[in-house]
Write a protein of this length. Sequence first.
Length: 134
Amino acid sequence: MDEVFRVGGVAFVWNRGKAAANVRRHGISFAEKEGTMKASELRDRLRNDRPMTTMTMRIPEDVVEDLKKVAPRLGFSGYQPLIRAYIGQGLRADLARLEGTDPAVIADILRRHGVADDVIEIVLAEFGAADRSP
């Protein structure tokens, strides 16, 4: 059965099986992510005409051969679009995880667990100092 999510007037149809797999893979559901990404941001990410740049990277030959085998089985036109998809998935997961380090979110979590406000202030001060350290 499919799930429908709406973000800023854009409807996304999502297969429940795929949705569950994505939660396992990324640690966040589309519905939860919708609150962390603005609709305009999401629309920009889904555009096919985004500017591209060329880069060179060294990848072991056996990995490239595996990518070439896997790409058509996953519905990709070639291994390079598959690489872009893998990079995008990993990047979005990291961005979602890093966005979760918002001090206000941390303070709310600590409060829900009964941590006193004065202790939260100390933690946030240390957290801020850690963010500024090289």
